[in-house]
Design a protein around this ligand. Sequence first.
Ligand SMILES: Cc1cc2nc3c(=O)[nH]c(=O)nc-3n(C[C@H](O)[C@H](O)[C@H](O)COP(=O)(O)O)c2cc1C
Ligand SMILES: C=C(O[C@@H]1CC(C(=O)O)=C[C@@H](OP(=O)(O)O)[C@H]1O)C(=O)O
Length: 332
Amino acid sequence: MSVNSFGTLFRLSTWGESHGPAIGCMVDGCPPGLELDEAFVQRFLDQRRPGTGRNVSPRQEPDQVRILSGVYEGKTTGTPIGMMIENVDARSKDYSKDAPYRPGHADYSYDAKYGIRDPRGGGRASARETAMRVAGGAVARLVLEGIEISSRVDAIGGETDASKWEAMLDAARSEGDSLGALVECSASGVPAGWGAPVYAKLDAVLAGAMMSIPAVKGVEIGEGLGAADLKGSENADAMRAGEDGPTFDANHSGGIAGGISTGQPIVVRASFKPTSSIRKPIASVNAAGEEVEASTRGRHDPCVGIRGAPVMEAMMALVLADAKQLHRGQCG
Ligand SMILES: Cc1cc2nc3c(=O)[nH]c(=O)nc-3n(C[C@H](O)[C@H](O)[C@H](O)COP(=O)(O)O)c2cc1C
Ligand SMILES: C=C(O[C@@H]1CC(C(=O)O)=C[C@@H](OP(=O)(O)O)[C@H]1O)C(=O)O
């Protein structure tokens, strides 16, 4: 992982700001000969894009992807795959350099680091960038034939009963507030043996990938933090002899042991914090160092975890595509 890119042999780099003319990415290391077109990538982008309902940001972005390179006659060529999406509904006049720093967003920390910042929307820190992760993740899925990646929102605002979510979201929205969410993502069909035993452990890379998603504040794999409350006999995934290798009675390990996949589903959960751009006033300061109240207008998600789910799937796909190429490179 480096500043603007992810992966070793299957790599994604992204560029662009939320209110710039466009966002884009480059996928490098994709094998040649895989069928790829814009419609395939678009299917995944449509699951993440804003403007699709009242529980997501109303910003109207069709997220229409263009593939600019690396594909010839519908097949990948092995050369870098460039993709681009134009920003068409930024409405930058809602933002100003003099606005209070939004507590919890990246306004202050970006200023502290760079001393210069695109203040329109979240700039580079806006989760608008995650559209390109989803585009890259779609390409990664091509490398992962036979592997199923899925996700689901497990809880919103601490409530697991989905029938209560709509009313909770309505209440939060009318109070100018927001809610957090717990989201699970899993991958089945991953063979045993991918990953690495020490520093680049599959669980370490996966945790880093999920933690790199904006607003993710906690990640757990398999039993996760709950493992601390179990006995060894309860947490062990008992093994039995099966026709195609061992089978497991349980999956407390979340499909990874010793940094290497076990052949069981890989299961990761992430906690998304509540959206920090809210109308409810919060004490803050501005760039001049004056105390001001931050009450944020603009078109924000009332619960970012809802659109975070497809981003988790994309990061899972990127991690696994890279792990597959690395495994092949070393072990054939
Ligand atoms: C899909 C998605 C949509 C998001 N939408 C918003 C939003 O509308 N408003 C907001 O303040 N934060 C939103 N966020 C979260 C911010 O991007 C994030 O909090 C910010 O970049 C600071 O990073 P950090 O929370 O990881 O520290 C969203 C995150 C994701 C994954
Ligand atoms: C535009 C998207 O989501 C945005 C994510 C986001 C943020 O702060 O993360 C803030 C809002 O936009 P802006 O950058 O204009 O403030 C959201 O609409 C998108 O996901 O495509």
